[in-house]
Design a binder for this molecule. Structure first.
Ligand code: PHB
Length: 402
């Protein structure tokens, strides 16, 4: 049963909290920082908490992704004294589950029953697409922190925002690079058979063919129920392709990459994909089978910047593991709400939605970004390669994709 929670991180986070900073300043006595000028002090003193919904998968093939998102969102709250825009946060979490059947009603409940002021989350494209109208009609901001469905932001709405990516864009980002790497060889496309797979591989195909690439064949595998990829792997081998391109995530990515290797394809048919294929806990489970796989994504914890180093250190201290793209997307959703609530004229959905349009740049671990006119992040994508570094496996950011 969903509940109002603020889950303690698995490991204590040692942070310099806003309250501690304020009391130290007061003790010093000489501060000229007026109450109203302090960061996050937009909320009137008697303002009640703001209720925010978090809907991420805690069950099904995408459960590991949901855990990363929850951790990212909660880390931001920890770092900000459990406040957004100066308001205490009352966080209500639900399980998105695997697909729309579970995820749509669970998330709708946040709006209809819990009456939250905004909702963050949703991994699955089909679930996010099924929820879009609910948020527009209820006038509650929906900050999509993963699902990439093109249609969600095709027609911009004040109530629909996304801190992640657009499926066809992330797929398309690596098209020309693969065309260049395979030269005269052809590429086989294989993906989960639902919106995200069709759009990511579709975006890849368009950019790849525009750059002169040739497609050897295509397979769509049933989402959430495929456990044996052998028939598809035989197709890839007999197609004569020089490489394969795929979208899989979570448990499906683990099984696909391991079977690809066991079947003996990884040496002869180079594996490419969108970065979800080798991201986070998935990479650990794939082990050596993933080495050499090249992917495109808007984040790698190896991105070199002070902001990212600070974030990776805090995340590792809190959870004992490196952050993933899912952690960052949810962390940035909290940052967007923080900035919006600082300026919002009211803490209801309409107030937050109006303020989201004016928040400007988000100082993100992935690099600074702002919402574009469709309310998606305006951001670069990186070519990453799975490499063994100091005895572990890492998605090393090799270069920015043009
Ligand atoms: C999606 O359904 O849009 C989706 C799911 C998992 C990912 C990426 C995209 O890792």
């Amino acid at each position: 049963m969903p509940s109002t929670i603020f889950r303690a991180p698995r490991r204590a986070v040692v942070l310099f909290s806003g309250a501690l900073a304020a009391s130290l300043l007061a003790a010093c006595g000489g501060s000229s920082l007026a109450e109203d000028d302090a960061p996050g002090s937009a909320a009137p003193e008697d303002a009640g908490p703001v209720k925010i919904g978090l809907s991420v998968p805690l069950s099904g093939v995408y459960a590991p992704l949901g855990e990363d998102m929850q951790q990212g969102f909660e880390l931001y709250l920890e770092e900000h004294d459990n406040q957004l825009g100066g308001y205490d946060v009352d966080l209500v979490s639900v399980d998105e589950g695997e697909g729309p059947q579970a995820g749509v009603p669970a998330t709708q409940k946040l709006v209809t029953q819990d009456q939250v002021s905004a909702v963050v989350g949703i991994v699955n494209s089909a679930t996010a697409a099924g929820l879009r109208d609910t948020f527009i009609q209820a006038e509650v901001p929906f900050i999509v922190a993963n699902a990439g469905a093109d249609e969600i932001t095709a027609e911009p709405s004040d109530y629909i925002w996304r801190t992640s990516f657009v499926n066809s864009t992330v797929g398309g980002s690596i098209g020309a690079a693969v065309a260049e790497e395979v030269g005269d060889g052809s590429v086989y496309l294989i993906t989960a058979d639902y919106a995200a797979g069709h759009e990511q591989v579709g975006g890849f195909r368009e950019a790849f063919e525009a750059a002169g690439g040739k497609v050897a064949g295509e397979s769509f595998t049933p989402f959430g129920t495929t456990s044996d990829w052998q028939p598809y792997l035989s197709e890839i081998r007999s197609s004569g392709a020089a490489a394969a391109f795929s979208f899989y995530a979570g448990a499906e990515a683990v099984n696909f990459v391991k079977q690809y290797d066991t079947f003996g394809l990884s040496d002869s048919v180079k594996l490419y994909g969108t970065g979800f294929l080798t991201e986070g806990a998935v990479l650990e489970a794939q082990g050596g089978a993933a080495v050499g796989t090249k992917t495109a994504l808007h984040y790698s914890h190896t991105i070199e910047s002070d902001r990212n180093a600070e974030f990776v250190e805090a995340y590792e201290a809190a959870y004992g593991e490196v952050p993933t793209v899912y952690s960052v997307q949810a962390y940035d959703a909290a940052a967007a709400l923080d900035l919006a609530l600082e300026d919002a004229e009211s803490t209801d959905g309409a107030g937050i939605a109006a303020a989201l349009g004016g928040i400007g740049e988000i100082d993100s671990p992935r690099g600074p970004w702002s919402f574009d006119e469709s309310h998606n992040p305006d951001q670069p994508y990186y070519l990453r390669e799975v490499q063994e570094v100091d005895g572990g496996l890492v998605n090393v950011a090799v270069r920015e994709l043009g």
